[in-house]
Design a protein around this ligand. Structure first.
Ligand code: ATP
Length: 292
């Protein structure tokens, strides 16, 4: 459905998006995750034909987005929720877009309802909160009922109820065979939404897969009667250790490995447990160091 191949952008001699390649399949929600400045928006803009790549290309259903006769029917796009005229009402804005796209105007009320904005439809956009603008941007992206949604930080500014509703909406879209790509800089935002996470750091894809695979434990907490001997044995096996309590170490290895080394070193183990990295730790492990 969406294929990017070697997408690259250089600004002022600095490569801000570096050979980004991926494919998205219908029926999936993919999160594009990375810290601020990692290159997410630039990548999405290149996919949508708003920024010209220096190298590489993106194709949606076989063509560049801008080459489709009616691009809005191929992908609904939310790139900058703030870029809407504040003097218009939400409904007025969507009605104009519907007319331009040849969508029946009754669809406007459907999408307003879908994103939970029906009650505010007649208010001026200038009076909308950030979360309401996000909802409006999403309603706009949904107008033509396109198979693909490309959304830059759609959850930003939403209250918890809004986050739940939008998550459900995106999941439903994928369940109907749609393809969703959403960016975020907050891992927990996409935790329950995405089938797949593409993590970007310093312009490069640093991880790609289901979030649960990235969460796999790589550390073990071990309590022992002989901290020094076990610490030495682990270090000799090339495993980094940190003392975290009077009789406790944290080792950067799987539980089975730590257990095996303790046994071989004749050290008594009082307790052994997997230590899971939290989301932010994974994020920083993958996006920092050696990329810049
Ligand atoms: N038009 C531009 N001219 C020069 N530099 C730019 C331009 N657009 C983006 N950049 C730079 O490219 C880098 C990547 O920016 P980008 O907006 O793609 O990151 P991002 O991951 O979307 O982050 P954020 O969440 O902060 O928007 C940043 O260092 C940014 O300053």
């Amino acid at each position: 459905m969406l294929v990017t191949h070697g997408l690259t952008k250089v600004y002022d001699g600095r490569t801000v998006v570096d050979r980004v390649s991926f494919e998205l399949q219908p029926g999936t929600v993919t999160a594009f995750l990375g810290p601020n400045g990692a290159g997410k928006s630039t990548t999405l803009r290149m996919i949508c034909g708003l920024t010209e790549p220096d190298h590489g290309e993106a194709r949606i259903a076989g063509r560049r987005f801008a080459e489709w006769p009616n691009p809005s029917y191929v992908a609904g796009v939310l790139l900058d929720a703030a870029a809407v005229h504040p003097g218009r009402t939400g409904r007025g804005y969507l009605r104009t877009s519907a007319l331009v796209s040849g969508v029946p105007t009754r669809r406007v009320d459907e999408v307003l309802h879908q994103v939970g904005l029906a009650d505010a439809a007649k208010r001026r956009i200038g009076k909308y909160s950030l979360g309401m603008r996000q909802r409006l941007g999403l309603a706009h992206a949904l107008l033509t009922n396109p198979p693909m949604l490309i959304l830059d930080e759609p959850i930003n500014g939403l209250d918890p109820e809004g986050i739940r509703a939008i998550r459900q909406l995106l999941r439903d879209h994928a369940a109907r065979g749609g393809t969703v790509l959403l960016s975020s800089h907050v891992l927990s935002e996409v935790d329950q939404t995405a089938d797949r996470v593409l993590m970007i750091g310093h312009g490069r894809i640093v991880a790609d897969g289901p979030l649960r695979d990235m969460l796999s434990s790589r550390r073990t907490r071990v309590r022992t009667t002989d901290l020094a001997t076990l610490g030495n044995a682990l270090q000799q096996a090339g495993i980094r250790v940190t003392q975290v309590g009077p009789d406790e170490l944290s080792a950067e290895a799987e539980t089975a490995k730590v257990s095996e080394i303790a046994f071989a070193a004749h050290v008594q183990v009082l307790g052994l447990s997997e230590e899971h990295e939290n989301l932010e730790e994974i994020f920083f492990r993958l996006t920092s160091g050696g990329q810049g």
